[in-house]
Design a protein around this ligand. Structure first.
Ligand SMILES: *[C@@H]1O[C@H](CO)[C@@H](O)[C@H](O)[C@H]1NC(C)=O
Ligand SMILES: *[C@@H]1O[C@H](CO)[C@@H](O)[C@H](O)[C@H]1NC(C)=O
Ligand SMILES: *[C@@H]1O[C@H](CO)[C@@H](O)[C@H](O)[C@H]1NC(C)=O
Ligand SMILES: *[C@@H]1O[C@H](CO)[C@@H](O)[C@H](O)[C@H]1NC(C)=O
Length: 503
């Protein structure tokens, strides 16, 4: 049985040369501010995630999967380009509605890689890699044929009217004031402003299903990227899920995301392509612990969003491809950086001619051999040449050269997560064995670890010598005239930017 699977898998690896084999479809599911401990299949006792749990049960669950940043925009840049955000310039922090910068157009995204092989491509959900003058940086300029979604986070605009559960109760907390309400875009056109958040996931599910059906009908391989705004703050859900989870608004938001995943799965089954589709799921960064019991949960990982501890950057991940990926759990080291090279390999697409940081992970997916990845580098939210990487994972060891808490991880009992845990340099670096101590509690400070520290130092030096920082896109600043407005020349802004069209 396994031999046959291996042969099929190997055949898929060289799809272009395999008589009769058609290249696989790809569905990339991406959650927002979701912690290592948030899913049912990653141990949360009362999250209701039946569809993600089903993917995990019939697919490969990763225990050691990393993103490249503990906040949104940089993590998304790395996911789509296979390069650390320092190269593409998506730092420090995140993009804003009026940001002048965005993901540079000369970066090559997964969508562009797959388009060379005739794939149809779509994104449904939260982009957060820039809008810019006349939509310069929108997904439609980055290889996506179509787009339905919000251009940035749903708290980056006044959201006081967003109702939570019960449906007539305002959501907990505040969002950004003095900017336009968050628009819903269809390709480059503003379809609604403000976006009707209570209907959003329903619209996403319909858009995704339509895209899949159309691609199947056209007999074209497809790439669907679904980065949800769930489970980012403020957590809420539409009518079908509000109040349904024992976990409160966060659980409702997660359930609604899981429901859209279920709808996508159902469409893949009904259109008969589920066995020819690689589904990959992960999240962009750790949970926002400052929201206390209303935020996510990093499980046994230390701290959360905004920090370079495990809770900030280790994410749940699942790969699913019936008949090709054997159900199970892998402890292999892997990263969101590795998705672009993996999809490229499976599609028979050439890699972009740039310095990639990702390595393809078909050996892990098809159980053919060990991971090609031995290291992971942890950049803070504000990377700089001066400080370099804050931490390095090499094999099962992690060394912290700098540590710092974060506002996003405020209010946990662990003081090292707090904003008041200021930047601290460690010489020698703090050293943890993540296999015996995944929670980073017990520093290995004895001399017997000198060889490990030396090895990590060498790996760090080699990596940093290869790192060329791209011009910071976020430091280009903000121009309020660039905020997306459905009536471009109206006054007074931002209040006049309102268009109440139905979905
Ligand atoms: C994109 O253009 C910028 C500015 O010319 C350059 O610095 C950068 O290296 C280019 N990036 C790629 C991936 O070619
Ligand atoms: C932006 O779009 C507007 C309206 O379509 C147009 O008048 C303007 O020239 C465009 N600006 C640039 C720099 O392309
Ligand atoms: C919130 O709702 C009130 C009353 O319906 C309305 O006057 C106000 O403009 C809304 N605010 C936003 C930011 O949508
Ligand atoms: C997918 O493969 C499974 C197992 O071989 C089979 O039972 C199922 O019918 C297939 N589904 C489709 C839609 O081809």
């Amino acid at each position: 049985m396994m031999d046959l699977m291996r042969i099929i898998a190997l055949c898929a690896l060289i799809a272009a040369h395999c008589v009769g084999a058609s290249p696989p479809n790809f569905v990339l599911l991406f959650a927002d501010d979701l912690g290592y401990g948030d899913l049912g299949c990653f141990g949360h006792p009362c999250s209701l995630t039946p569809n993600l749990d089903r993917l995990a049960a019939n697919g490969l669950r990763f225990t050691d999967f990393y993103v490249t940043s503990p906040v949104c925009s940089p993590s998304r840049a790395a996911l789509l380009t296979g390069r650390y955000q320092t190269r593409s310039g998506i730092y420090p922090g995140v993009l804003y509605p009026g940001s002048r910068g965005g993901l540079p157009l000369n970066e090559t995204t997964i969508a562009e890689v797959l388009k060379t092989q005739g794939y149809s491509t779509a994104i449904v959900g939260k982009w957060h890699l820039g809008v810019g003058l006349n939509g310069t940086y929108l997904p439609t300029r980055h290889g996506f044929d179509s787009y339905l979604g919000i251009p940035y986070s749903h708290d980056q605009g006044p959201c006081q009217n967003l109702s939570c559960f019960p449906p007539d109760v305002k959501c907990f907390g505040l969002c950004d004031q003095g900017v336009v309400t968050v628009p819903l875009l269809f390709n480059e056109i503003i379809k609604q402003q403000p976006a009707d958040f209570l209907q959003l996931e329903k619209a996403y599910g319909e858009f995704a299903s339509q895209f899949i059906s159309d691609s199947v009908k056209d007999n074209r391989p497809f790439f669907l990227y679904y980065p949800s705004h769930h489970t980012h703050y403020p957590q809420y859900a539409g009518a079908d899920y509000a109040g349904k989870s024992p976990r409160g608004p966060f659980g409702d938001a997660l359930m609604e995301f899981d429901g859209t995943v279920g709808k996508i799965l159902q469409t893949l089954e009904e259109t008969g392509v589920i066995n020819n589709t690689l589904i990959f799921f992960t999240g962009d960064s750790g949970p926002e612990l400052m929201r206390k019991s209303r935020g996510g949960n990093a499980g046994l990982m230390k701290c959360g969003k905004g920090t370079t501890y495990e809770g900030g950057m280790r994410e749940p991940a699942i790969a699913h491809w019936p008949g090709f990926i054997k159900p199970g759990v892998t402890r292999a080291l892997a990263s969101s950086l590795d998705i672009l090279p993996t999809f490229a390999k499976l599609a028979g697409a050439p890699l972009p001619e740039v310095q990639l940081d990702g390595v393809e992970m078909t050996d892990i997916l098809f159980n053919l051999g060990p991971s090609k990845r031995q290291t992971m580098f942890y950049y803070p939210t504000d990377p700089s040449v001066k400080y370099g990487v804050f931490a390095v994972r090499w094999e099962n060891f992690k060394a912290h050269y700098y540590t710092r808490g974060a506002a996003h991880s405020e209010s946990t009992p662990d003081n090292s997560c707090s904003l008041l845990a200021f930047l601290k340099y460690h010489d020698p670096p703090l050293l943890f064995n993540l296999e015996t101590d995944p929670s980073e509690n017990y520093n290995l400070d004895g001399d017997q670890w000198d060889a490990v520290r030396k090895q990590i130092q060498a790996v760090k030096q080699q990596f940093e010598a290869s790192m060329v920082f791209g011009e910071s896109q976020i430091s280009k600043g903000i121009d309020s005239l660039l905020e997306p407005c459905c009536i471009p020349n109206c006054r007074p802004k931002p209040e006049c930017c309102r268009c109440n069209s139905a979905l």
